[in-house]
Design a protein around this ligand. Structure first.
Ligand code: 4AD
Ligand code: MG
Length: 453
């Protein structure tokens, strides 16, 4: 008989004969004539209790079962006597699939996040990490639903690329050359190749063809910053809209974040509750706050003025022209406005070449969305659609115009105002779970000096 997932079994409205579940033993209690097994199959947070009595033929074998072992159980689903659970299974047959040794590291006690990182291959078998990765899966689905409902098309931009979108030189090189060799003409692609830092330049070409589009995939950055909010491999959602200015871009960012939080409330209540109880007691209030408040919108220069006057003791001193640090972003969101905010029109000197220069010739039509507990979750801009200004800015930042001939050509044939942004998917998962380290929302995180698993 094929197995039933526990998540579906627990929705049952009446007893069922002859059900089969398969899963792993979380705990086991033995009395003289019974064994009580708590089984989890990963389909939901909850376990199901299996009651095995001594009349079962392989009872001696069952008594030896350990935490972490895999079993298959066939029996009858009945209303549970015990409090806190509605259904249990009285076993008719129990088949041992695999016996885990006593050394299985996830025994009942609570383990630290640091320890669990060192066993990233087993941590999804805990309640907390099972919940993280179910929520991550649901959020990815919600992203596609959000865009599909709005007629945005999903574009698969390349992961191998020759271009540096952000111009920050933080790329991982891809090569088949031997150690020390740099003659790229003899390299696999006949020129320098890298892992992408952003799909933006490519997705812009599709906005200028299909209208509203997005890309959602892995991106790679060789930043040597070992922070709790940066990973070397992370996923980014990048929408791009033709005929759209900065204010329309901000509207989409705000709408998207709110949609994703609402989707979480509607579809992930049980897993979400674990985080609200055990990870961050203020999580629900904080997510309600995101949902219910209009995001504040303010100019970069006004944000700097607030930071200069606030009297807070920052590690990085504040001055006009600086890039905001996480401590500044969090002060604005958590302490000053006490809700998400959108900072816009940053000085052009600290922003990439593709952002549209404003009439003041000093700032660009850029925006960052900052949320409590995370800081920057979205970075975006209106794009420079005027060829002469775009090429002048590329020259200023010493970019090779020849490499970007195709990008520039989009400003020759039917160039139009367009805008987009990037939302860091891991930062979204951190926001909705209350988890404070990015390493704990990525299945197998990659950070400087760490590529185990
Ligand atoms: O602000 P960023 O660098 O913007 C871009 O890459 C643009 N090309 C996006 C666009 O306009 N299409 O990155 C966007 C977001 C950040 O706000 C942050 O949430 C996330 O990506 N991010 C990272 N997340 C984890 N680890 C890192 N190292 C990240 N760098 C950026
Ligand atoms: Mg940014």
């Amino acid at each position: 008989m094929s197995r039933i997932k526990i998540v579906n079994l627990l929705k049952s409205e009446s007893p069922i004969d002859n059900v089969t579940i398969k899963g792993w033993i979380r705990t086991k209690r033995d009395s003289k004539t019974f064994s009580f097994l708590e089984i989890n199959d990963g389909s939901c947070l909850r376990n199901i209790q299996v009651v095995v009595d001594e009349t079962i033929s392989n009872y001696e074998e069952i008594k030896k079962l350990t935490t972490g072992s895999a079993i298959s159980v066939t029996g009858r689903l009945i209303a549970s006597q015990g409090k806190g659970q509605s259904w249990e299974i009285t076993a008719e047959t129990v088949e041992m699939i695999h016996l885990a040794p006593e050394s299985f590291p996830l025994q009942k006690k609570r383990h630290s996040d640091e320890f669990l990182r060192s066993i990233a291959h087993l941590r999804p078998r805990t309640n907390k990490y099972g919940a993280v990765f179910r929520i991550r899966s649901e959020m990815a689905y919600a992203v596609h639903q959000f865009f599909r409902e709005r007629e945005f098309r999903y574009i698969h931009t390349p992961i191998l690329t020759g271009s540096d979108c952000e111009g920050a030189g933080e790329m991982f090189r891809v090569t088949t050359l031997g150690p020390g060799q740099t003659d790229y003409e003899n390299d696999f692609f006949g020129k320098e190749a890298n892992l992408t830092v952003s799909g933006q330049l490519e997705v812009e070409m599709f906005a200028l063809s299909l209208g509203d589009v997005y890309t959602f995939g892995p991106t790679f950055r060789a930043e040597n910053s070992n922070t709790s909010r940066h990973a070397s491999e992370f996923w980014m959602i990048e929408p791009e809209m033709a005929f759209c200015d900065l204010s329309g871009n901000m509207d989409l960012g705000e709408e998207m974040i709110k949609f994703l939080v609402q989707f979480l409330f509607d579809n992930c209540a049980e897993d979400l509750n674990l985080f609200a109880r055990f990870v961050d007691k203020s999580l629900m209030a904080s997510l309600q706050n995101v949902l219910e408040n209009k995001f504040e919108r303010l100019l970069y220069k006004d944000a700097i003025a607030i930071l200069e006057k606030c009297g807070e003791n920052f590690e990085f001193p504040v001055s006009y022209g600086m890039d905001m640090q996480s401590e500044h972003e969090r002060f604005l969101a958590e302490k000053h406005f006490k809700k998400p905010l959108i900072v816009y029109n940053f000085p052009k000197t600290i922003k990439p070449f593709y952002m549209r220069v404003n009439d003041d010739n000093e700032t660009v039509a850029s925006m960052d969305i900052l949320v409590p507990r995370i800081g920057e979750i979205i970075g975006g801009s209106q794009r420079e659609e005027r060829l002469d200004i775009l090429t002048a800015r590329m020259q200023k930042t010493q970019m090779e115009k020849e490499d970007y001939w195709w990008y520039l050509e989009s400003r020759v044939f039917g160039s139009v105002p367009h805008s987009g942004f990037g939302l860091g998917f891991e930062r979204l998962i951190m926001m909705v779970t209350g988890i404070t380290n990015i390493r704990d929302v990525i299945a197998f995180p990659r950070t400087p000096k760490n590529i185990d698993f």
